[in-house]
Design a protein around this ligand. Structure first.
Ligand SMILES: O=C(O)CCC(=O)C(=O)O
Ligand SMILES: [Fe+2]
Length: 304
């Protein structure tokens, strides 16, 4: 694995994404593949609960951890894991369309550069357990669009017949890390080949993307996602790195534990913590629901 920071940061700022090869070793890939088949053999996508233990936790301690030097340069030292999920060839992030663009302040999705550092509020690290061949499914984007200063014309949200779109092939074990401020999506051709992608979403300290199930119904869980009963995490079984990215508070000021990981930390246990101050629990409003429908990318559409 080559973690040339200057090169990765240059790529990230220029294109909105970077690729690192050989992050997940063969043994870990094969453990994850077996665990995946056992857990959810027939669904296009499902959320990962880190209470399932190894190898899911090894994905963090032996996989994501290897990217820590570049992740801290983009997300700061206190970055957190917001949520993570698995996708197959049946998954579409948005049907036949790309989504998102630069400066989505209302959705909390921002990319900027200050004092020679790139910042983003939501970074996705997409690991490939199986290779993604050229022009066969996987991640695609409009490179550089995370910095666009003009509204994206509707025709450039098309995935096909869009001269700006680039599909990103991946070797197995590699990752493509991208800011969600990039106009991006799932490449719609080549879904006849299997895909085994793991998408981990990270935020800097103080930012939370998925709303915690403790606060309101988790509408961010699309219906194609298999609903799997959460398993509480044995916090003490985690290594320091995994523990820190899974349990860091969304706000350093008023809560000790985050509660937005499905089953990560039972709310009651979190409430017993002396520093814990939870805001009143809002009920999901129609406005929230409409907002979700408008902005959230995942749909329940699967390929015929
Ligand atoms: O890799 C893909 O299919 C697209 C994923 C995506 O849109 C995302 O993670 O935000
Ligand atoms: Fe996306």
């Amino acid at each position: 694995m080559n973690l040339d920071l200057n090169r990765l940061l240059y790529d990230f700022d220029l294109n909105g994404f970077f690729v690192v090869e050989d992050v997940l070793g063969e043994a870990l890939r094969s453990q994850l593949t077996s665990a995946w088949e056992e857990r959810a053999p027939d669904v296009p996508a499902f959320d990962i609960c880190f209470g399932w233990g190894a190898p899911w936790t090894n994905l963090l301690s032996e996989g994501l951890f290897r990217l820590d030097p570049v992740l801290t340069r983009i997300l700061g030292k206190c970055y957190k894991l917001d949520h993570a999920f698995c996708v197959t060839e049946g998954f579409y992030s948005s049907p036949d369309k790309l989504h998102y663009q630069s400066h989505m302040v209302d959705s909390g999705i921002i990319y900027t550069v200050k004092k020679h550092r790139p910042y983003t509020t939501l970074l996705t690290v997409g690991f490939a357990l199986l290779p993604v061949e050229p022009m066969k499914g996987g991640f695609c984007c409009v490179p550089g669009s995370h910095k666009a200063e003009f509204e994206c014309p509707p025709e450039f949200y098309q995935t096909m017949k869009n001269p700006h779109v680039r599909q990103i092939p991946q070797k197995s074990g590699s990752c493509v890390a991208f800011t969600e401020a990039l106009t991006h999506g799932t490449y719609p051709e080549g879904h006849d080949v299997p895909r085994r992608g793991i998408l981990i979403r990270l935020t800097p300290a103080g930012v939370q993307f998925r709303r915690p199930p403790g606060q309101r119904p988790n509408l961010n869980l699309p219906t194609i996602f298999k609903k799997i009963a959460p398993t509480p995490i044995e916090i003490d079984s985690l290594d320091e790195y995994s523990k820190s990215i899974l349990t860091r508070p969304a706000s350093m000021q008023n809560s000790r534990w985050r509660t937005n990981l499905t089953g990560a930390i039972p709310l009651a246990a979190a409430r017993r913590s002396p520093q814990f101050r939870h805001p009143p629990i809002p009920v999901c409003s129609d406005r929230d629901r409409a907002e979700w429908e408008q902005y959230h990318l995942h749909t329940n559409r699967t390929r015929d």
